[in-house]
Write a protein that binds this ligand. Structure first.
Ligand SMILES: Nc1ncnc2c1ncn2[C@@H]1O[C@H](COP(=O)(O)OP(=O)(O)OP(=O)(O)O)[C@@H](O)[C@H]1O
Ligand SMILES: [Mg+2]
Length: 290
């Protein structure tokens, strides 16, 4: 973490380019989890489609670098990935895949060593170009599990964090660990929470309350429940069919849960006020590491 802090501090030091950047009205959500396999990618893709249906122009960035799979859930072929941005000097615009549901995607690619190639200059470039993409209302960043170099950067960059957990004690414990890191490093003072794969309401309430109570007692982070997603076999089916569940099975319970989550996000009164720009991002970094 210290090494990362040093790199981030270095990244923002004495750099006029950041100050010159124009602010764009894009709202950035970073989707994270402690434990892996809890449903981040499925929520990201389906939430993107629901937000698009509600009139937002949405871009997904698959930041699960080296293990990207959002394109598989969407059923699209991504010809260019972040690797092309890093190695072939392309622009972000060049590596954006136009999705079939009106949702665009940047793939993290399959090169596990890409992380090593993301030097500080490249990281800075990606961040700068992300903030300068003018045509999107919403950017959803699908991260790998846990906190790593990417998710830390994107978590700082994002306006809002959406933390996903299942009701399993292992998942809840890992979610709490993430919240602890968010609190300790003052990344955010508010986190949106989704409990996924809930068998019934009571189990969802119980899991959420565990997180709420421990966070309230020990952490400086306020949690906002933005909805449960019920366990639904059609999520697996949709993944197998490579058609997002909200398209393939719009009447499934999980689809209607995700629709409610999209409404909760858009109903957020901070939605229009909380605009991302690089200046804000820089300020966040300074608050964190300065
Ligand atoms: N609500 C649900 N009901 C039933 N199964 C679900 C549900 N949500 C997710 N799953 C199952 O969990 C699997 C993993 O989901 P997903 O790939 O979205 O998780 P992830 O958090 O992105 O994983 P990773 O940490 O590996 O990136 C899905 O393929 C699906 O089979
Ligand atoms: Mg995933």
């Amino acid at each position: 973490m210290n090494d990362q802090a040093g790199k981030l501090r270095e990244m923002i030091s004495n750099n006029d380019e950041f100050d010159k950047s124009v602010a764009h009205q894009i709202k950035i959500y970073s989707i994270i989890s402690g434990k892996g396999g809890v449903g981040k990618t499925n929520l990201t893709v389906n939430l993107a489609i629901k937000l698009q249906e509600k009139g937002k122009k949405v871009l997904i960035m698959d930041a699960d670098v080296g293990m990207s799979n959002a394109h598989l859930v969407m059923g699209i072929d991504t010809k260019k990935t972040l690797l092309d941005l890093i190695e072939n000097d392309l622009n972000l615009e060049d590596i954006i895949a136009k999705g079939p549901y009106g949702v665009d995607l940047i793939s993290g690619g399959e090169d596990l060593f890409l992380l090593e190639k993301l030097d500080k200059e490249k990281q800075k470039e990606i961040i700068q170009n992300l903030a300068n993409l003018g045509e999107y209302d919403v950017l959803l960043i699908d991260n790998g599990a846990g906190i790593n170099k990417q998710s830390l950067t994107f978590t700082i960059l994002a306006d809002d964090i959406i933390l996903i957990s299942t009701p399993e004690p292992t998942s809840i414990t890992d979610a709490y660990r993430i919240l602890k890191a968010i609190s300790m490093y003052e990344l955010k003072n508010k986190v949106k929470v989704v409990i996924n794969q809930v068998p019934d309401l009571d189990t969802g309430d119980e899991a959420l309350n565990k997180l709420l109570k421990t966070s309230e007692l020990f952490l400086n982070v306020e949690l906002e429940n933005i909805g449960y997603i019920f366990s639904d076999i059609r999520v697996n089916k949709a993944v197998m069919e490579q058609i997002p569940i909200v398209i393939r099975y719009p009447d499934a319970l999980a689809s209607s849960n995700i629709n409610q989550i999209s409404a909760a996000i858009l109903g957020d009164k901070n939605y229009t006020n909380n605009i991302s720009n690089l200046k804000q991002f820089k300020n966040r970094l300074i608050r964190l590491f300065g």
